[in-house]
Design a protein. Structure first.
Length: 155
């Protein structure tokens, strides 16, 4: 399985501070899926930069973004995800948001989306390290089954 982790943050992309959510997601996924190929990148906020990053991973089975899902003016990751994907997967986003609400009521501000482009999944995680780690732990057990379903292998 191939997974791309894209951190969306103006400040991390500019080197103002280190990306912490991307490595947290990678650590969680490597523990759950040791055979998976995982690559990471950091891009600035904004719809065009996120859309370009999504397009750089055409062979990934899953693209997981972290950051850019809130209500601030530069948070455009959900819009880029919708533009990139040809099918919505609302159940994934709803699951992550519902379970995240058990941890903090601030989850109501996450606008994360999930969708598919062809057989590839794209899922938006919040940008905080804690939330990214939490969502990765929730999603990791579903990744292999999702790939099988996307390939038409059934349940």
């Amino acid at each position: 399985m191939r997974i791309a982790v894209v951190t969306v943050s103006d400040r991390a992309a500019a080197g103002v501070y280190a990306d912490r959510s991307g490595p947290a997601i990678e650590e969680c996924l490597r523990a759950a899926l040791p055979e998976a190929e995982i690559e990471r990148e950091v891009v600035p906020d904004g719809e065009s930069s996120v859309l370009a990053a999504l397009g750089r991973h055409p062979d990934a089975d899953w693209i997981i973004t972290t950051g850019g899902t809130g209500p601030s003016p530069r948070d455009r990751t959900p819009e880029a995800t919708r533009a990139y994907c040809d099918r919505a997967m609302p159940g994934i986003a709803e699951y992550l948001r519902l379970r995240s609400l058990e941890e903090t009521p601030n989850s109501v501000f996450s606008r994360g989306e999930a969708g598919m482009r062809g057989m590839q999944y794209v899922v938006n995680f919040p940008g905080s390290e804690r939330a990214a780690r939490f969502c990765a732990a929730l999603l990791a057990p579903l990744l292999e089954h999702g790939v099988k379903m996307a390939r038409g292998e059934g349940h």
